[in-house]
Write a protein that binds this ligand. Structure first.
Ligand code: UD1
Length: 351
């Protein structure tokens, strides 16, 4: 059995870690293709090193570009890779341009393709992630769903026959990192913060960063929060803020580079809150029981909201006030599985 994983962006490296480990455990041949969508070391190399992921076998080096250019460059490069490696399965992860291109390439060459994190929907057709996940689900031979809600969405779209509920591989890696690698005192010292007294923020979605008025409203609200906020700035955010002449530092807000994954887990564990537009961070905050404030009009991770640990807000006073709310009642719910999703993935692939 040979599985070929296509990854390209930060959250996919996190999800790749438990899959790569499970392949090694079962003696399954695993070819890793890095598209190069994320190329800054803080968004890429550091994840491979920290999470013990083998170096990519193939690096496409596509870099940044418009959606069409980036997706097209990956698609054009994948034919030769799939012909050379002839895998039994192509595995694509999540909702990025790398995912869509990897899936499309496999389908056209008649290589079976499985989509990990299938069935998520925001129903916001303006988000590139929504196009990518809908198109990838419909191209895939196997839709590996992280939640029952995702399975239900697949069924609504006529894909029940290809859907398998496997849980969320991000929980697998989160449990391991929390128990073995996260060093809370070290990350508090690095950030210059006190346990339980600060929030961690990330903002990178195009719908927040690329509209100057909206970005200004997000930043101003973060600066007005009644406790310190550490903003871990994605390169997209820094680039758009610079273009718009917007100073991110100020008021409650301190700007830092993105953290390596174990430090991020340590920071979220120690924080009083998370403020984000990232999908992964909403779940990680929930799993670590840190209240989350999400700067979006909808979320794919509805369980976090239903269980009271996440609220959706618009930029402005709503964001500022939600960031200061008290923690909700404790819950023992595990909507994202028990931390053994990678094993379920390999079993679903017949490995
Ligand atoms: C991508 C994914 C998004 C995912 C996110 C995680 C798509 C459509 N979006 O968004 O689903 O949540 O990754 O981070 O695939 N840049 C750098 N260095 C890098 C990478 C990007 O400077 O290593 C800058 C470039 O200016 C680039 C911009 O960030 O144009 C956006 O990068 P891109 O890969 O297009 O999307 P992300 O916003 O990172």
């Amino acid at each position: 059995m040979k599985i070929l994983s296509v990854v390209g962006a930060r959250p996919q490296f996190v999800k790749l870690a438990p899959v790569a480990a499970e392949c090694a455990r079962r003696g399954v041949e695993h070819v890793i293709v890095h598209t190069g969508q994320h190329y800054d070391p803080v968004l890429s190399d550091v994840f491979f090193a920290d999470l013990g992921i083998p170096d990519p076998d193939v690096h496409l080096g596509v870099g940044s570009g418009s959606h069409g250019a980036q997706t097209g460059a990956i698609l054009a490069a994948m034919d030769a890779v799939l012909e050379e490696h002839a895998p039994d399965w192509v595995l694509v992860y999540g909702d990025t341009n790398s995912t869509l291109a990897g899936a499309l390439s496999a389908v056209k060459l008649h290589v079976p393709v499985a989509h990990l994190e299938a069935g998520l929907r925001s129903f916001n057709r303006r988000m590139p992630e929504e196009h990518n996940r809908v198109l990838t689900d419909h191209a895939a031979d196997l839709c590996l769903a992280p939640t029952q809600v995702a399975v239900d969405h697949l069924a609504d779209e006529g894909l029940a026959g290809r859907a398998v509920l496997v849980g969320d591989v991000m929980i697998d890696v989160l449990h391991r990192v929390r128990d073995e690698l996260a060093d809370v005192p070290a990350v508090l010292a690095e950030l210059g913060q006190q346990e339980g007294a600060f929030s961690v923020a990330t903002v990178h979605r195009a719908e927040n960063t690329d509209d100057p008025e909206r970005l200004r409203a997000v930043v101003e609200a973060l600066q007005q929060v009644d406790h310190p906020v550490v903003l871990l700035a994605h390169p997209r955010l820094r680039a758009r803020a610079a273009e718009q002449g917007l100073d991110l530092d100020g008021g409650s807000l301190t700007v830092r580079d993105p953290l390596p994954y174990p430090s991020l887990v340590g920071a979220v564990t120690a924080a009083r809150g998370v403020i984000t537009d990232s999908g992964g961070l909403q779940k990680e905050a929930f799993a670590l029981r840190t209240p989350c404030t999400t700067v979006r009009t909808e979320t794919e991770w509805v369980e976090t909201v239903q269980l009271g640990w996440n609220v959706l807000v618009e930029p402005g006073p709503g964001l500022r006030d939600a960031a200061s709310r008290p923690a909700p009642l404790p819950t023992g719910a595990t909507p994202y599985g028990d931390g053994h999703a990678a094993a379920a993935v390999l079993t679903a692939l017949g490995a």
